[in-house]
Design a protein. Structure first.
Length: 139
């Protein structure tokens, strides 16, 4: 059975905008069937802000292509169940609404790890943050 991993927005930004070979290996592991990768539709809204502010249509298109056509990444729609769970997570653990939506989506998809560079991310039980800097040693 593959390990189920959730990708936070900052993973997607770093993967698309840099040549980080450790992050590339995450995608390669998913392509080989060793990992199942998930993210939320919220990620699309978050990653497009920078390119839209900078009027960078090429970068915006790269994000859209990665998040809509990549076969190793499942982009999960935000539904009522995820919103209700995100409210519960936020009430219990604090944090920002977008982070709670990411956590709720990760739990909804039965992920055990959340790849993120955000050290302040508050994780509910059953979900462990994997720092982008430590991705190779933790996967």
């Amino acid at each position: 059975m593959s390990k189920r991993i959730y990708l936070d927005t900052n993973f997607v930004i770093r993967f698309v905008e840099s040549e980080d070979f450790a992050l590339l290996r995450v995608i390669e592991h998913a392509g080989a069937g060793l990992l199942d990768l998930f993210t939320s539709e919220l990620t699309l809204a978050e990653v497009l802000v920078g390119p839209l502010k900078a009027n960078d249509a090429k970068l915006a298109a790269q994000y859209e292509e990665f998040l809509t056509t990549d076969e190793v990444l499942e982009v999960v729609p935000i539904d009522r169940a995820i919103l209700l769970e995100s409210a519960r997570i936020r009430a219990l653990y604090g944090g920002r609404t977008p982070d709670a939506i990411h956590c709720a989506t990760a739990l909804h998809t039965e992920c055990t790890g959340l790849l993120s560079s955000d050290a302040g991310f508050r994780m509910p039980p059953g979900l462990t943050r994997i720092a982008l800097e430590n991705v190779e040693s933790e996967l």
